[in-house]
Ligand binder design. Structure first.
Ligand code: FAD
Ligand code: NAP
Length: 313
């Protein structure tokens, strides 16, 4: 028999946005149910040191997420290990199908399904992930003070990452597969004027080269897309910035999205195009993509859900 659970507030996702929504939603006496998804704790569970979470000079990403989970649970959120495979926002109560077979119905929903950095899919990229290969300069740039790094990509993210990395690195090489950047002109101007940045056009990453013990990057081998010629560039850090994919599959045909799938929210709000459905964190945020901003949006979403539900009763 199918198990059906009704809740005033369903939170989908267990990253900083979801857990913070859980803390606030529970304290608003909404008895929220939070469904964790395939990655309990979200993106921070795949990193090591987090050094920009206020109140913690340094904390391991997975430890921070365990703390957030405990906090949401202690506040009164029911945390469920399940993954939502289908979500119907066409009528209320909203209906979510869990892969466990449970059906969740909810008066309000907070979407906090995050985003995932895109990777190139190279075996050596995978091997050195977290040990010299990163997709987040804001998070990891600090570790490359005085060292040479490369950035792969030609969009706003790649250019912003390259510019940000000049705060630490002695040299940044931006490697792009074309000779034209996709990024905004103003960013391109800043990039070209920065003496620490060199651009390498028409090249793709072929291989990351490094040591096994301890695991660490020493260079990249890049391939000219036209001639196939391989060049080796010494570097200690490789930042892959080829785009982020918001996890909006559940709602892409039901909610307004933009910029490659990010859920659109109203200005200064987490309200989506459907009343009673709120979106928080990286799912909506193509710009900042930080734990603290996601948590802030999780708070906003819960407060807005509370007001929405209160106005109805
Ligand atoms: P996420 O953390 O992406 O979590 C999404 C959640 O949604 C997951 O729990 C997932 O299981 C769940 N989910 C997805 N689909 C479903 C579904 N269908 N059903 C149920 N659940 C679902 N930021 C910093 O501020 N500092 C750092 O040092 C830092 N380091 C980083 C290092 C790495 C390697 C990466 C990848 C990111 C880093 N970030 C850092 C960015 C930060 O992790 C994100 O900004 C933040 O995690 C976004 O939070 P979120 O709650 O929006 O989503
Ligand atoms: P993006 O605009 O999609 O750019 C991705 C870049 O990576 C492109 O230059 C692309 O090359 C390259 N790329 C993609 N796949 C690749 C592969 N397999 N191998 C090599 N290169 C590859 O992604 P983004 O830069 O993350 O930006 C996403 C969205 O967020 C954009 O709309 C952007 O404007 C927005 N954004 C805005 C800001 C801001 O407002 N400040 C900051 C960051 C992001 P090609 O150019 O050849 O396709």
């Amino acid at each position: 028999m199918t198990d059906t659970r009704h809740t005033r507030l369903l939170i989908i996702g267990s990253g900083p946005a979801g857990y913070t929504a859980g803390v606030y939603g529970a304290r608003a006496m909404l008895n929220p149910i939070l469904v964790q998804g395939m990655q309990p704790g979200g993106q921070l569970t795949i990193t090591t040191e987090v050094e920009n979470w206020p109140g913690e000079t340094e904390i391991q990403g997975p430890d921070l997420m365990v703390k957030m989970e405990e906090h949401a649970r202690a506040a009164g959120t029911e945390i469920i290990t399940d993954h939502i495979s289908d979500l119907d926002l066409s009528k209320r109560p909203f209906t979510a199908k869990g892969e466990s077979g449970t059906i969740y119905t909810a008066d309000a929903v907070i979407l906090a399904t995050g985003a995932q950095a895109k990777w190139l899919g190279l075996p050596t990229e995978e091997k050195f992930k977290g040990f010299g290969v990163s997709a987040c300069a804001t998070c990891d740039g600090f570790f490359y003070r005085g060292q040479e790094v490369v950035v792969i990509g030609g969009g706003n993210t790649a250019v912003e990452e390259a510019l940000f990395l000049t705060n630490f690195a002695s040299k940044v090489t931006l490697i792009h597969r074309r000779d034209e950047l996709r990024s905004e002109r103003i960013l391109q101007d800043r990039l070209m004027k920065n003496p620490k940045i060199e651009t390498l056009w028409f090249h793709e990453l072929a291989e990351v080269v490094g040591e096994d013990d301890p695991l660490g990057v020493e260079a990249v081998r890049v391939k000219h897309v036209k001639t196939g010629e391989i060049t080796e560039i010494p570097c200690k850090g490789v930042f892959v910035a080829i785009g982020h994919a918001p996890a909006s599959e559940l709602v892409k045909d039901q909610l307004e999205t933009h910029m490659g799938g990010y859920v659109v929210t109203k200005p200064d709000s987490t309200e989506t195009s459907i009343p009673g459905v709120f979106a928080a964190g990286d799912l909506t945020d193509h710009k900042y993509r930080q734990a603290v901003t996601s948590a802030g949006m999780g708070c906003m979403a819960a407060l807005e859900a509370e007001r929405f539900l209160a106005a109805e009763s």
